[in-house]
Design a protein around this ligand. Structure first.
Ligand SMILES: C[S@@+](CC[C@H](N)C(=O)[O-])C[C@H]1O[C@@H](n2cnc3c(N)ncnc32)[C@H](O)[C@@H]1O
Length: 221
């Protein structure tokens, strides 16, 4: 992983076109995946939830009517989130060191954030710290499918993502980096293991769209 400052700078640069590129590159699938993540949590209206690496706020918004705090360190991403969803609370902070008391939330979520943090174990520990005992920790992440879909997916990652992302955002390096992080990231079973090693229990792995994305859900004992 590059240092946090490099990741923050990169997301700040691509923030203006982030939503558009996301929609194009995921062929709109990302919306359904976020809604699936929300259904998995079965929250009650008003439940306190924290959405880390919230970017432009799409998952935070889908979590309503829970009471959501979105956290990101890239201010340009948060500025867009605040314009899109003025009724939600957004906080600029490092997801590995959130200035909020422990056990304040029913659930902690992160969408498409694992690949960017410097220390995955530290992220699980921080998410676990933030939720109450019995609360849920959820991640939605892009992963690599197997078989024929995996071959097509590799081509998509290596050719289409850098080209389309680069052309639309104007930042080819950022989308080359993002596609590399997907190709090189640890597989879903290792993500689950890392959750268990960092204190979460009953960890479930839920593949979406043939494994192009994966949901992980664990419980704080
Ligand atoms: C791929 S975007 C995902 C945004 C959003 N969750 C979504 O569903 O579209 C990743 C976000 O994570 C943020 N991020 C990465 N590392 C972070 C960290 N250590 N602390 C806070 N935000 C971080 C980036 O600034 C970026 O906005």
């Amino acid at each position: 992983m590059p240092p946090a400052a490099t990741v923050e700078k990169m997301f700040s640069q691509i923030a203006p076109r982030y939503d558009l590129v996301n929609r194009l590159l995921s062929l709109g699938l990302d919306r359904g995946w976020r809604r699936r993540a929300v259904r998995e949590l079965a929250l009650q209206p008003g439940d306190p939830v924290i959405d880390l690496c919230c970017g432009t706020g799409d998952l935070s918004a889908d979590l309503r009517p829970a009471r959501v705090v979105g956290v990101d360190f890239a201010e340009p991403m948060l500025s867009r989130a605040r314009v899109k969803f003025p009724e939600l609370t957004f906080l600029q902070a490092d997801a590995l060191d959130v200035p909020l008391p422990e056990a304040s939330f029913e659930a902690a979520t992160v969408a498409f954030g694992l690949r960017n943090v410097e220390d995955l174990g530290a992220l699980w520990r921080e998410m676990t710290r933030l939720v109450r005992p019995g609360g849920r920790v959820l991640s939605l992440e892009l992963t690599r499918p197997e078989g024929l879909l995996g071959v097509l997916h590799s081509f998509y990652l290596q050719v289409v993502v850098p080209l389309v992302g680069g052309l639309v955002s104007g930042d080819f390096a950022a989308y080359r980096y993002l596609s590399r992080t997907i190709a090189r990231f640890i597989p879903p079973e290792e993500i689950a293991r890392s959750m268990r090693e960092n204190g979460l229990v009953n960890v479930r792995v839920i593949p979406l769209a043939g494994g192009i994305a994966t949901l992980h859900v664990g419980i704080k004992p």
